[in-house]
Design a protein around this ligand. Sequence first.
Ligand code: G3I
Length: 358
Amino acid sequence: MMRATLSGVGVLVLLFAGGAVCAAQTLREHADRAGLLVGAAVEPRYFSEPEYAATLAREFNMLTAENVLKWGAIRPSRARFEFGPGDRLVAFARKHRMKVRGHTLLWSEYNPRWLVEGGFTPAEMSAMLREHITRVMRHYRGKIFAWDVVNEVFLADGSVEPSVWYDRPGIGLKGKGTAYVEQAFRWAREADPDVLLFYNDYDTEGINPKSDAVYAMVKDFKRRGVPIDGVGIQAHIVDLEAKDLATMEANVARLVALGLQVHITEMDVGLPVDAAGRPRDEAALGRQAEIYRQVAEACLRQKGCTAFQTWGFTDKYTWIPDFTKGAKGLPLPFDSRYAPKPAYEALLEAFRRRALTP
Ligand code: G3I
């Protein structure tokens, strides 16, 4: 009797769970059930657009500032910190019970002119970087759960890129490889003992000289107790054919094996478009969906890959056409009228399956 009843109960639980999962309709609901984060990069200036706000809050449980938390936006002058747009972003997230990822405290690009052309000494740059990391992180403490502390320091061959923070003039650690990255992580941990600290980069999906350099740096940091919690893999796929996705799962697995979390942080898949912005080949939308599925599954199959994020979410607002001078576009899961594309269906299916996997 007991046994029969148990299996009866077991069946009931499964039906209920299956029912709950089957009841899930949106990306967010499937992600919530899988205990995962699904996010998008956003611009607060679009929050007043009803369909932008509604689609974002319905489909995602996490968001990131595409630009408003970068030096170029948050530091109009040496004395001033412009927290307004970032605060609006945090307020939107709080209203819709979404998590906020911070991007980024140190990057070679989008730095204010007063800093880049200021003729500062390495000692002055060092003091300003420490002040910036401390002030910005303290302002968002308890409101941002993870930060891209450092973004994009490696070149394709794995060497360290020259930059205002490394050697032009740098913060006094010129010629010492990633020592300036380590310093930034140590200041970040001092500023906030609880937030997750990430290193973020592009063209590091599969195993290649650049992702090997990232792996070597974070493995060394973990070994020496440098505070770091995770690695962000951007997954910008601007050329449908180019990417080495075949080794992506192995790359994610080796990072997770170091005890680090992995986040897919900036996914988009640019399609060749004509002068009117229409896809040159309708079939490319299917290929795009296949790539979204591949990257999502390479992440979702690894327990340590805890967040999947796209760089924007609607084709209406994306950096790709400017960057490709109009050659590419339509890179995101929703079209410019906020209708779901095959890419969205591919993500939905990947998260639905993940939510069913105990
Ligand atoms: O805010 C100014 C505005 O006042 C001015 O009128 C306008 C015209 O020049 O420029 C606006 O700033 C632009 C900013 O985006 C906000 O829209 C900058 O020119 C433009 O360069 C900046 O581009 C951003 C780029 O990073 C540089 O920060 C893109 O939107 C953003 O998608 C892109 O994101 C990066 C990630 O941070 C790191 N990984 C690669 C990714 C794509 O490049």
